[in-house]
Write a protein that binds this ligand. Structure first.
Ligand code: SAM
Length: 271
C-alpha cells in the first residue's frame, strides 16, 4: 500500500540518486531535465530555463544538477539585504543565484531532506564562493526556522512532490514576515483534469501526478493569509499540465481554522 511516508521515501531515493549521478560525473541528464521527468521535453525542466548570464555565474555541477521547472530567482525581485528561503534546494542553483542578488548583508537558506543533495549544494556554493548561504536538512512540511523570519520564499519544482501540501502552505506563511512574498516555480494542472487523468500524464516522483490545480493553489494560499495571488502558466509540459509561476504576498497570519483543503496526501493512482 502506498502511504505518505513511503511516497516521500521514494522521492528522497530518486533525488539521492540524481545527486549521486552528478557527483560521479556520470551525466544523469539532470541538466536536460531527464531526472525530473523522463517523459518531458528537455527544455521543460532544468538549466535551459536560466539565462546564459545566470548560467555563467554557476559552477558546472550546480547547473547540471538543475531539476527545476522554472526560474524563481527571475520572478522574486530579490533586493540587497533580504533573507530568502529556498524550499527543496537540490543542488543549490537557486540558492547560489539568490545569494549573489541579496549580497553580503543578505542571507539565503536552502532547505532539503536529502543528504546527498545537501552535500552537493554545499560543495557547489563553496565553489561559487558563496559565504551568505546556509543549507538546512529538514522537511518543507516542518520548516526548521522561527516565525516571521524570512522576507522571500522561493522554490523550484518541489511543492508538487510534497505529500502534505496544506502543511507546506501553512509553514510558508508562518516563516514569512508580514508583507513577505513568495515566488515559486512549480508544475500546476488545469482545473479540468481529474486526478486519474493527471496520473496518466506522468509519475509522482517525476513532478506530475502530485501537482496542485490552479484553483487549489489559489484557494490554499488565500486560506493561509496571502493576497495578490497569481498562478501564471509559462509552458505546457503535458496535456493540461504546465510549468507555472506562483506569486503572492503575506498580508495576515494564517488562521488554523481556515486550513486549506488541498490535495490528499496520496492521490489516486499516483505512482
Ligand atoms: C525536483 S528537485 C528540485 C531541486 C531544485 N529546487 C532545483 O531547481 O534544481 C526536488 C528537490 O526537493 C527535495 N524535496 C522533495 N520533497 C521534499 C520535502 N518534503 N522536504 C524537503 N525537501 C524535499 C528533493 O530532495 C530534491 O532535492
Amino acid at each position: 500500500m502506498i502511504t505518505s511516508d513511503s511516497l516521500r521515501e521514494e522521492v528522497r531515493r530518486k533525488y539521492a540518486e540524481a545527486a549521486g549521478a552528478v557527483t560521479a560525473g556520470s551525466g544523469c541528464g539532470c541538466g536536460s531535465g531527464a531526472c525530473c521527468d523522463g517523459e518531458a521535453a528537455s527544455t521543460d525542466f532544468g538549466e535551459s530555463l536560466y539565462t546564459l548570464e545566470q548560467r555563467g555565474e554557476l559552477p558546472d555541477a550546480a547547473a547540471l544538477a538543475s531539476l527545476g521547472c522554472g526560474n524563481p530567482t527571475a520572478v522574486a525581485d530579490l533586493e540587497e539585504g533580504e533573507t530568502v528561503l529556498d524550499l527543496g534546494s537540490g543542488g543549490g542553483i537557486d540558492v547560489i543565484l539568490s545569494a549573489k542578488r541579496v549580497g553580503p548583508t543578505g542571507l539565503v537558506y536552502g532547505l532539503d531532506m536529502t543528504d546527498e543533495m545537501l552535500a552537493l549544494a554545499r560543495r557547489n556554493a563553496a565553489e561559487a564562493g558563496i559565504a551568505n548561504a546556509i543549507f538546512l536538512k529538514g522537511l518543507i512540511e516542518q520548516i526548521p526556522l522561527p516565525a516571521d523570519s524570512v522576507d522571500v520564499v522561493i522554490s523550484n519544482c518541489v511543492i508538487n512532490l510534497s505529500t502534505e501540501k496544506a502543511d507546506v502552505l501553512l509553514e510558508i506563511s508562518r516563516v514569512l514576515k508580514p508583507g513577505g512574498r513568495l515566488g515559486i516555480s512549480d508544475i500546476v494542472s488545469e482545473d479540468r483534469l481529474t486526478e486519474r487523468e493527471q496520473a496518466e500524464r506522468g509519475s509522482y516522483v517525476g513532478c506530475i501526478a502530485g501537482a496542485l490545480s490552479k484553483s487549489e493553489y489559489e484557494a490554499g494560499l488565500d486560506a493561509v493569509g496571502f493576497e495578490a495571488i497569481s498562478v501564471e502558466f509559462t509552458h505546457e509540459v503535458a496535456d493540461g499540465m504546465h510549468g507555472a509561476i506562483v506569486k503572492a504576498v503575506k498580508t495576515s497570519e494564517p488562521d488554523a481554522k481556515g486550513l486549506p483543503v488541498v490535495s490528499p496526501a496520496v492521490r489516486a493512482g499516483c505512482c
